[in-house]
Design a protein around this ligand. Structure first.
Ligand code: FES
Length: 106
């Protein structure tokens, strides 16, 4: 486990995301006050999903509009066909942490 501080709890508005500069980069999304983390790079090409559009528990890539489930990482719509890795998050003392080395089973 490698817990990395992503941001303060109040730093991401609901529907927004921050990128943790890990290898590969991880996006941490605020989904109605819950923090969900996936790989930031779209599995279709190279777009940052943190720049995408969040709707409910899904993100739509801003480039070719593939949709992914933020909870499971599942690729939901074409042109993406490969699921995203997801990562565990934790809120501690007002900060959001993400375990950048362990992907979550789903
Ligand atoms: S890069 Fe995301 S859908 Fe093409």
């Amino acid at each position: 486990m490698v817990w990395v501080r992503a941001c303060g709890v109040g730093d991401i508005e609901p529907g927004e995301a921050v990128v943790v500069e890990a290898v590969p980069p991880v996006a941490v999304f605020n989904v109605d006050g819950e923090f969900l983390a996936t790989a930031d790079t779209c599995t279709h090409a190279e777009s940052s999903l943190a720049d995408g559009y969040v709707e409910g528990e899904q993100v739509e890539c801003s480039w070719h509009m593939a949709r992914f489930c933020l909870r499971t990482g599942k690729a939901l719509t074409y042109p993406a066909t490969t699921d995203l890795p997801t990562y565990r998050t934790q809120v501690r003392d007002g900060d959001v942490f993400v375990d950048v080395h362990a992907t979550q089973p789903h």
